[in-house]
Design a protein around this ligand. Structure first.
Ligand SMILES: [Zn+2]
Length: 269
């Protein structure tokens, strides 16, 4: 880690969500995020969460939050905590989401470059399933999250477009059929690769990610009044501008390694 890297790793997400829900990883993983467990202690008074929703917008760098703070207003207002986290190397999508959902470094889970094999390592999804909980992934076709977590006894809602993904995610909250839902949006990443990290099109995609997250939290509050919910806005890696006005990531540099995560805990009413 460089001296500019955030002190909390994205690998902490797995144990954080598991611990809050009363599920224990069977292997050695990065410990839960201490700020989130402190928040849970304060809000839940020893009770466990019974719903978990993790929103994964791709490539939302910490520097975007620092430079375009206004864009994130509704994400901040919908959450209890905004925290800088550090990604893993190489900072590319399948490697990072594998680390986020297994709680271990790439050398341990085995995805160490841009490839999308089905992960055999224990994931947060497996932990929930083993505890008898119901799990769903809502994501776009061909993307990492739609591929590396396949072959499990859970529901996969895979669609061609981000709009369909987000529409389905809202529907699933309303139906209340799952204990853990992971939702992937790759529209900021896709746009910044083509048009540049700070292009109007990319910043519009970023705003869409924030708007969807805020709407998702609002939906959770409306539909899940009696549930104790842990939710988060959890990107995989950051990004940086390269030549020809296009964006990239994958390097061991602060722009690619530092991401912004938002977390919230909703008490039962
Ligand atoms: Zn990514």
């Amino acid at each position: 880690m460089s001296e500019l890297d955030s002190s909390i790793r994205i690998t902490s997400v797995c144990a954080t969500a598991a611990t809050l829900a009363g599920v224990t990883p069977s292997t050695e993983v990065e410990p839960a995020n201490a700020l989130v467990t402190a928040l849970a202690a304060k809000k839940l008074h020893g009770e466990k969460t019974d719903r978990t929703v993790i929103y994964n917008p791709d490539a939302v760098a910490l520097w975007l939050y620092q430079k375009y703070t206004d864009i994130f207003t509704d994400a901040a207002l919908s959450s209890d905590l905004a925290l800088p986290l550090c990604s893993v190397m190489p900072s590319v999508t399948p490697v990072c989401f594998a680390s986020m959902y297994t709680g271990v470094m790439p050398a341990v889970h085995g995805i160490q470059k841009y490839e999308k094999p089905v992960l055999k390592t224990e994931t947060l999804f497996d932990l929930f399933l083993a505890a008898g909980k119901r799990v769903a992934i809502v994501s776009t076709a061909g993307d990492s999250i739609s591929k590396i977590f396949l072959e499990r006894e859970m529901e996969y809602y895979i669609y061609p477009t981000v709009d369909e993904v987000n529409c389905k995610a809202m529907e699933l909250i309303e139906e209340d059929r799952f204990d853990l839902i992971a939702i992937y949006n790759g529209n900021y990443d896709g746009t910044m690769h083509k048009c540049g990290t700070e292009s109007p099109a990319a910043l519009a995609a970023l705003q869409q990610n924030v708007d969807f997250y805020a709407a998702l939290v609002e939906k959770i509050r409306q539909c899940w009044k009696n549930h104790r919910v842990f939710y988060g806005f959890c990107p995989d890696h950051g990004c940086h501008e390269i030549d020809a006005e296009c964006g990239s990531h994958g390097l061991d540099m602060p722009e690619d390694m530092n991401v912004i995560h938002f977390y919230g805990i909703k008490e039962a009413e």
